[in-house]
Design a protein around this ligand. Structure first.
Ligand code: NAD
Ligand code: IPM
Ligand code: MN
Length: 354
């Protein structure tokens, strides 16, 4: 039995997660994967029910699980809470040691939904490796009436371990790492550069270059095909990954995996809780489903992840798309269409076997 802790969260989180879980349930039944799901309160909904965004019971369930599937958290209603829903997200990443956040962005062949010209966007295939448990998010925040500070700190060890993740990923891709920083100003960035240069020596087969984050913000839009793996610190990775979503056409398409050393991974779409469209059944569940596929890959369940990804991509390319991609499919309709493809495939495979 494989235990999946499901944290639907707030806003569109429950809507998109429901579709991803339904796809996983179908795959599990058809392929006897033995996936078992339990749902737990997390984020704003947990503040309402337990007075804290990450209740101990939820954290304990996540620690015991084989993987965690998360929707999204946050909403104006909780902005003035002492501990906001987002704080729960930072805490769970830290508690589980999820230091490497992998965020792939790909333009599907035949899928031109980007506002960028097709000759610019087509063929883009980028993996952002974002450091997730250090930097300005975790250095300490102070706020008084007239002054505020947020401290950005990194240790060499923190940079090294995520750099290895990026180089290993590049080996399985196009063999290129672009490390992004602000080394013309920041001391932490200079530590990043020196450390990544050192780590690179163990990967002579991988090409490394460095780019300032401001220049990178321009280059990912003007020449996205030049990139393979982008390795960067926590805050820059957060900003760049939303920017990169423009290349694919919608932030609703992007999934992610947050991984540490050995414990359960956490899989979540890159987008947030999108409160403006919550409850309307129009949110794009593709990012949640893509995250579920990454989870299947990480759990080592054969080609189950690829099968789900193929069904997802085929559904998008068939014209079934939610309004963020210019279509008129509903969240639930899109999820059902992905499952229909999974079933067609399974009937075909079974037919072939008999
Ligand atoms: P957001 O990602 O929720 O929304 C940004 C824009 O993208 C909005 O126009 C929204 O409608 C659209 N969008 C997002 N996901 C979509 C989807 N699946 N389908 C269609 N359109 C989609 O970012 P925001 O508005 O800045 O933040 C809203 C809340 O979410 C805030 O409380 C923020 O802190 C939180 N947030 C949470 C996470 C997370 O849980 N991992 C990530 C980002 C933001
Ligand atoms: C993300 C989100 C979070 C982050 C917020 C909600 C804390 O934007 O996962 O990209 O900044 O990491
Ligand atoms: Mn973000």
């Amino acid at each position: 039995m494989i235990h999946i802790a499901v944290l639907p969260g707030d806003g569109i989180g429950p809507e998109v997660t429901r579709e991803a879980v339904a796809c996983l349930e179908l795959l599990s039944a058809e392929r006897q994967l033995g996936l078992h799901f339990t749902e737990h309160d997390f984020g704003g909904v947990a503040i309402d029910r337990h007075s804290e965004p990450l209740p101990p019971s939820t954290l304990a369930a996540c620690k015991k699980a084989d993987a965690i599937l998360l929707g999204a958290v946050g909403g104006d209603r909780w902005n003035d809470c002492a501990e906001r829903p987002e704080a729960g997200l930072l805490k769970i990443r830290q508690e589980l040691g999820l230091y490497a956040n992998l965020r792939p962005v790909e333009v599907l062949q035949g899928g031109q939904w980007s506002p960028l010209r097709s000759e610019v966007a087509s063929g883009s295939d980028i993996l952002v490796v974002r450091e997730l448990t250090g930097g300005i998010y975790y250095g300490g925040h102070r706020l008084s009436e007239d002054q505020a500070s947020d401290l950005c700190t990194y240790t060499r060890a923190q940079v090294e371990r995520v750099a290895h993740v990026a180089f290993r990923a590049a080996r399985l891709r196009k063999g290129k790492v672009t490390q992004v920083d602000k080394a013309n100003v920041l001391a932490t960035s200079r530590l990043w550069r020196a450390t990544v240069d050192e780590v690179a020596k163990a990967y002579p087969d991988v090409a490394l270059d460095h780019l300032y984050v401001d220049a990178c913000a321009m280059a990912v839009i003007t020449e996205p095909r030049r990139f393979d793996v982008i390795l960067t610190e926590n805050l820059f990775g957060d900003i760049l990954s939303d920017l990169l979503s423009v290349i694919g056409g919608s932030i609703g398409l992007l999934g992610s995996a947050s991984l540490g050393s050995g414990g359960p991974g956490l899989f979540e779409p890159v987008h947030g809780s999108a409160p403006q469209i919550a409850g309307l059944d129009i949110a794009n569940p593709a990012g949640a489903i893509a995250s579920a596929a990454m989870m299947l890959d990480e759990l080592g369940l054969g080609d189950a992840g690829s099968v789900l990804r193929e069904a997802l991509e085929a559904t998008l390319l068939s014209g079934c798309r939610t309004p963020d991609l210019g279509g008129d499919a509903s969240t639930s309709g899109f999820g059902a269409a992905v499952r229909e493809r999974l079933q067609v495939r399974s009937r075909r495979d079974t037919g072939l076997r008999h």
